[in-house]
Design a protein around this ligand. Structure first.
Ligand code: PHE
Length: 364
């Protein structure tokens, strides 16, 4: 009987493929984790299996913390015995977790981490989003050409690799165009930005560029308006959470940001339509970029497993790197030898407490 039981067990476990989903489900950027998970759920409901086997998803919470970000990936691999990892959201956490995935030769696909270093020099870490040199370029062109500003204060979250990188890429293009920048610094979790805002105003900033995350962006916007700064506010994808509006209120009206997706941007693929339909049906709201990216990360991993024809980590890692013309919810996805996708940037503006799609900027 025991033998039969053991055989049955191994047959059952053979019939599933495990993917570890490493996200910030609690802590400072929990809204990001929730949005990605929603997109992953939609994809999993639509496509629950691959090669005749069921895909089993397990969430590992990184608690919005760098050390936990590495621990969560280690747990997914050592304890969860996963074939691949979907995650993480923030670049700092993908850098910490990605080092573990690389060391343990386990494929990892981040939906959203845009800092170049996340994949650079690695064989196992890839992404389905654009990278920050392009995002920073797009934001700088928007500021200089479309909004006509020449002097920008960059608010840099020194704790986030994403923010430090994007601030510098913005600066490069903005200066090349003939504009001037100067920096104000803060840390994730800060609440009071009045000193930096006052300094930016004294220095003659016409606009603020804030390449951080929603909590601090919203607070900086509120305090800037209170202090009498009424110039344009520009941010990156880190503003793409409903929390920017629920926390920021009126202060974020008029804010522009660069991002990956907006439901009103022209849907280029069947999967984009499918995703939008199912997401709205299931959640009764409009999806954010992170949900579309979560959907895409799942779909790309599943497609790679299909092409690899097995649950072997090495084979899946190679298949991910040879993803070509995959029709994602956020656009066509090609993953190059460096693990990066080349995608377009969407410009979104907050108007009357809503995210309004402005335009799409295609890769140079
Ligand atoms: N690009 C951000 C980072 O690398 C993460 C992010 C993507 C946040 C999209 C919101 C929306 O840290």
């Amino acid at each position: 009987f025991l033998v039969v039981f053991v055989i049955l067990l191994s047959v059952l476990s053979l019939a599933t493929i495990k993917i570890g989903v490493v996200l910030p489900m609690t802590g400072g950027i929990a809204a990001f984790g929730r949005m990605v998970w929603e997109g992953v759920e939609v994809a999993h409901e639509l496509f629950p299996d691959v090669n005749g086997e069921t895909i089993e998803l397990t969430i590992f919470d990184n608690r919005s913390d760098k050390i936990e970000a590495a621990n969560a990936v280690r747990r997914a691999i050592d304890v969860g015995n996963v074939s691949a990892i979907l995650g993480e959201v923030a670049s700092s956490y993908s850098l910490a977790g990605g080092a573990v995935a690389e060391e343990k030769k386990t494929p990892m696909v981040t939906p959203s981490s845009t800092n170049p270093l996340v994949t650079s020099g690695k064989k196992y870490v890839s992404r389905v989003c654009f990278i920050d040199p392009f995002q920073g370029w797009a934001a700088a062109v928007l500021a200089f050409e479309n909004l006509g500003v020449r002097n920008v204060a960059i608010f840099m979250d020194v704790e986030q690799d994403y923010a430090v990188g994007l601030a510098n890429f913005f600066m490069q293009t903005f200066q090349e165009l003939g504009g001037q920048v100067f920096f104000e610094y803060y840390k994730s979790g800060d609440q009071d930005f009045t000193a930096q805002i006052s300094d930016a105003m004294l220095t003659g900033a016409e606009a603020l560029f804030i390449p951080g995350y929603y909590q601090e962006i919203a607070l900086i916007a509120i305090q800037a308006r209170q202090l009498g700064f009424f110039g344009p506010l520009i941010t990156g994808d880190g503003a793409d959470a409903p929390e920017t509006i629920s926390i920021g209120g009126d202060a974020v009206n008029g804010l522009y940001f660069t991002t990956h997706y907006h439901p009103d941007s022209p849907a280029v693929t069947e999967n984009a339509k499918l995703f939008l339909e199912r997401y709205t049906e299931k959640f009764n709201k409009i999806p954010a970029a992170l949900s579309a990216l979560g959907f895409d990360a799942y779909m790309v991993i599943r497609d790679a497993i299909m092409r690899a024809g097995s649950a072997d980590r090495e084979a899946i890692a190679q298949a991910i790197r040879s993803t070509t013309n995959f029709p994602g919810a956020t656009g066509i996805i090609n993953i190059d030898n460096e693990g990066n996708a080349v995608k377009s940037v969407a410009i979104v503006k907050i108007e009357d407490g809503q995210f309004k799609y402005e335009t799409t900027i295609n890769p140079r």
